[in-house]
Design a binder for this molecule. Sequence first.
Ligand SMILES: [Zn+2]
Length: 313
Amino acid sequence: MLNVGVDIGGTKTVVGLVADDGTIVASHKVATPTHDGALIVEATVGAIERVMGQERPLAIGIGVAGLVDRSGAEVLFAPHLDFANFPLAQVVQQRTGLDCVLENDATATAWAEYRFGAGRDCRSIVAVTVGTGLGGGIILNGELIRGANGTAGEIGHIPWVRDGLPCACGSLGCLEQYVSGTSLTRKARTLVDEQRSTYLHKACEGNSQQLTGAMVTDGARAGDAQCLGLLNELGHELGAGLSAMVATVDPDIVVIGGGVSSAGELLLQPAREAFAARVIGAHYRELPPIVLAECGEDAAMIGAADLARGLTR
Ligand SMILES: [Zn+2]
């Protein structure tokens, strides 16, 4: 059977028809009109109608870059999208005639990795998405952990540095401000502005605003010491943050996805080192492997579609 999976992100919205085994049958991508919630609904419904074609899917699952209530009906808060206490599931249901459930995008990604990806042989996983921000999801003994309000697993907003950098969530010093693509480019830009990196200066042609995380990763792969240093620093902070998650939930495995994870071992190796140095009982226990995600950039869509199966069972 087929379900619709949707991933509403801070820049793009991806919609796909997904089979029970996680295979994508058809998909369509549109830009997310982030400044206007009503336009986001229009763009999403338009894309859903487009992928539906002749096949009649059973239900719709939507992964959204924001906090979703425990029942999967409402977007509580989405700092990068124009949604606050918005009944998105009901609105999409009315427009399409299909049952709809919402989930946080990083949580939907974790579910995809648990069902079809790097965590498919495990019962308990922590999956972390290092992208523009830092998201997370927890599956414990086969159960997706939503918490009392639906907001569990938010590793990015663990208070990390007292009175640290301001975060989009309204707090100060959240881990996301130190472990994300955004933090990586911020540090890289400072290197260029202070004329401390010949490689990066060249890569962005002297305009630090043009710098991307991918340029840093390319530099690190080419052996540039400063780019390697940036990824090493990010990896260490990530590993330390993971030790907090693992101390709390003790998973079988930790899965790392998101755009920054394309750096692969350049990110994971320092993360493993810092993790092993920080996690509780490291010498007396088995450490969970820290591995790369396998479901790719469509993971949130695939996970959301699979979660929608729960509506029709
Ligand atoms: Zn925060």
